[in-house]
Every structure is written in C-alpha cells, then in structure tokens.
Design a protein around this ligand. Structure first.
Ligand code: AR6
Length: 170
C-alpha cells in the first residue's frame, strides 16, 4: 500500500472513494462535509437520508453522484475533548472502518481529508500520528493489498506539515 499526501480540495479527486468527515446525522454540515455535498449534488443527501445516521468512529458508504469519485465513505470523527475521552481510538476507528468499507467495495485508490482537524478541534500533530498509524495497520492487516493507494488531501498548510512529519517520523 502506498501512502501519499497532497494539498488541495478533496472534491476534485478522481479516485474510487473519497472519505467525508461527517457528523452523526449524515445530513451534511460545514467544512469538507459541506464541500462534498455541494459538489455531489442533492442525490447524495437523498441517499444519506436512508442511512439513519452513523455513530462516532464508524463509517457508511454511498454513491459519489456528481463527484468524480465513484463512492463517498462517510465517517464521524471524535470531537476533541482534551484527549482522555477515547479520542485517539475513535479517530483510529474512523480510518479502520473506512478502509474496511473501501476494501469491501474494491476501491483501489481512496482519498481522506484530515478527519476531526477542523471544527472538531483535534490537535494536528496528534491527529496525524493516530491517522497514519491506523491506516498503516489496516493496510498490513488486509488479506489483499486493497486499497493500493491511500491519499490524504489536505486543505491547509498546517495539516500538510503535520502529516509530513508523521510520515517521516517512522
Ligand atoms: N477538501 C479537503 N479538506 C477540506 C476541505 C476540502 N474541500 N474543506 C475543508 N477541509 P472539518 P471535522 C479540511 O471541519 O473537524 C462538519 O460540519 C479542513 O481544513 O470539515 O471532522 C461536519 O458536518 C480540516 O483540515 O471536519 C461535522 O459536523 C479538515 O478538512 C464537522 O464539520 C476537517 O475539517 C466535522 O468536523
């Protein structure tokens, strides 16, 4: 499995699946969630309405509709509450659950945003470390090498630098 990081807007990614940092209603919001829903069009919201929400740390998959991506994997990151409320394992679980869905649906290339690093307030260095660790682990655990490419699409420079550090630290 290859891990890549780029700066940019995840909604323009031509990949098998883009991951959405959603909230537990799965009915849209601001940040990357708002951008994905705007770019995918109203059919995405219509499909999300049928899912009945999603608990923190889990993931659900839908079509990509007007996005260049085939699927959207919606996951709900933890709100940062100081670090001793299970935030790291919930964040890791978002990645593990998303990777499992990607594998089930035969997604070769998957793009992730920096889950929980916006309004949910997760400190960037800690998020980068937990995120990279979780993806590496689930990449190793897979029976086949799928997804083959995991790409973080990082909107802002601070996130990009945090991921760069986490990737070179190991
Ligand atoms: N492409 C890639 N990354 C983006 C984009 C984009 N188009 N837009 C923003 N980001 P956030 P969270 C980055 O707040 O912290 C929503 O309202 C952003 O700079 O979108 O998990 C949901 O409905 C940041 O680095 O997600 C939830 O209520 C990262 O994406 C809540 O926000 C995540 O920021 C989830 O909060």
């Amino acid at each position: 499995m290859r891990i890549e990081i780029v700066r940019g807007d995840i909604t323009t990614q031509e990949v098998d699946a883009v991951v959405n940092a959603a909230n537990s209603s799965l009915l849209g919001g601001g940040g990357v969630d708002g951008a994905i829903h705007r770019a995918a069009g109203p059919s995405l919201l219509a499909e999300c309405r049928t899912l009945g929400g999603c608990p923190t740390g889990e993931a659900r998959i839908t079509g990509g509709y007007d996005l260049p991506a085939r699927h959207v994997i919606h996951t709900v990151g933890p709100v940062w509450r100081g670090g001793d409320h299970d935030e790291a394992s919930l964040l890791a679980s978002c990645y593990t659950s998303s990777m499992a869905l990607a594998r089930e649906h035969g997604c070769e290339v998957v793009a992730f945003p920096a889950i929980s690093c916006g309004v949910y307030g997760y400190p960037l260095a800690a998020a980068a470390e937990a995120s990279v660790g979780a993806v590496r682990l689930s990449g190793e655990k897979g029976p086949i090498e799928c997804p083959a490419i995991v790409r973080w699409v990082l909107f802002d420079r601070a996130c990009f630098e945090a991921w760069q550090t986490a990737l070179t630290a190991r």
